[in-house]
Design a protein around this ligand. Structure first.
Ligand code: URA
Length: 422
């Protein structure tokens, strides 16, 4: 077998055979297939697509490139959630302890932010002492003791995907449904969860800008999960405007704590409960309403135990940025748009995100929203507060917000998009 014949086959719109797929993934992981050869193949896949059989075999080969975790010794059903990424998407933080409080174990492998979307691990690292990197044994111990764990994926899990994702990131080959679906699902299947709920985001702040592409991605991932024996479901959810009232690391932890205390913004609570109900149903856990676990404090108890078990100080004050700048409403009327992508870029430019994997992030940086689409606003009232330790970033962040805000005349009928689209 050789790389050039595999690249040529896909370049010429052929269907790769199982031995070709197994060989190319294995040889790439071992370093026998070069990065330039794999990037040519990734581009051919992006342009010419893959059949369901090819996607399934490709995913399987990526799973076999590393280890598989097994949580069967826990003796309780496991459920995980994966979001395709968005702005202000802090849902994992309240969701994992909430589902644990209702009786399913949540092994949540999460990532860091890159570009305009935030990363769950960056958010949690704003809690003093909290550790994202756990050995497999530590992960299992936290899961057994606290019912939920949120941590980074170890190096042994789907190493082919780690290499390929970094390559796709720098070769313009991220946006291919077969490659996104196999990348996400290889890690989730290797992780060993029994149930999986996919939160596929749609809108300006998401990977998938329209409902048709999002639906195709969701269907592909659900098919892969189910054929691997993982009870998988997907929700398509709105990402045209940020989730909740904050985008930024410590700012989002603060908002998540409000949700766990029984308050918080309505859209964050609605999505957290919708995903919790899907996770519990997919895991076969019945009888407890997650809304009760927010009200009675049991979700907050699980959060505190989980944070403490991972070295965090659940009582420590969260970091606050040194400087703030208020953006006023440009007119009086009804706020009809607050663009998710623009707010995400502003938060990133203020220091909440990174441009390169090795960059540090500012814990206190980000954007706070004082109104959401559908709200009445008055010219000059605070609409956004920008937070950063480095005020020279304000003009740069403001530039990204130039066309982000739309205010329609008072009396305009406007209904914001529902949070769960399908
Ligand atoms: N997240 C992943 O893990 N992989 C992709 O390809 C895209 C998003």
């Amino acid at each position: 077998m050789d790389a050039i014949s595999v690249i040529r086959a896909k370049r010429d719109r052929g269907e790769l055979t199982d031995p070709q797929i197994d060989w190319v993934i294995d040889a790439y992981t071992r370093g026998e297939v070069a990065d330039e050869q794999m990037s040519a193949l990734a581009m051919a896949i992006l342009l010419n697509g893959m059949t369901p059989r090819e996607i399934s075999r490709w995913t399987d080969a990526m799973i076999r490139s590393g280890e598989r975790m097994d949580f069967s010794s826990l003796g309780v059903p496991t459920a995980d959630k994966h979001s395709t990424g968005g702005v202000g998407d802090k849902i994992t933080l309240p969701l994992a302890p909430l589902v644990a409080a209702c009786g399913a174990a949540v092994p949540q492998l999460s990532g860091r932010g890159l570009g305009h979307t935030g990363g769950t691990l960056d958010k949690l690292e704003s809690i003093p002492g909290w550790r994202a990197l756990l050995s497999n044994d530590e992960m299992l111990a936290v899961l057994r003791d606290c019912g939920a764990v949120i941590c980074a994926a170890g190096d042994g899990l789907a190493p082919a995907d780690k290499k390929l994702y970094a390559l796709r990131d720098v070769t313009g080959t991220v946006e291919a449904i077969p490659l996104i679906a196999s990348s996400i699902m290889s890690k989730k299947i290797a992780e060993g969860t029994g149930a999986l709920v996919l939160d596929v985001k749609v809108g300006s702040g998401a990977f998938m800008k329209n409902l048709d592409d999002a639906r195709e991605l969701a269907r592909t991932m659900v098919g892969l999960g189910r054929s691997a024996g993982v009870a998988t479901v997907a929700l398509l959810t709105d990402m045209s405007t940020p989730l909740g009232l904050t985008a930024g690391n410590a700012l989002e932890v603060r908002e998540s704590l409000e949700v766990l205390a029984g308050g918080g913004p309505a859209d964050v609570v609605e999505l957290t409960l919708a995903l919790a109900r899907e996770m519990l149903a997919a895991a076969g856990v019945h009888g407890k309403d997650p809304a009760d676990a927010l009200r009675d404090g049991s979700a907050m108890d699980h959060w505190r135990r989980m944070i403490t078990a991972q070295g965090g100080d659940a009582d420590a004050p969260l970091p606050v940025a040194r400087e703030t700048h208020v953006v006023p409403a440009p007119a009086t009327g009804v706020l009809t748009a607050l663009d998710a992508y623009a707010v995400g870029v502003a938060a990133w430019r203020l220091g909440a995100g990174r441009a390169r994997k090795e960059d540090p992030v500012q814990a206190g940086a980000g954007v706070e929203l004082h109104a959401k689409p559908g709200d009445a606003v008055t010219a000059g009232q605070p609409l956004l507060t920008l937070h950063t330790d480095t005020p020279e970033r304000f003009p740069y962040a403001l530039e990204s917000l130039t066309d982000a805000i739309t205010v329609a005349p008072t009396g305009t009928q406007f209904t914001p998009a529902p949070i769960v689209l399908d």
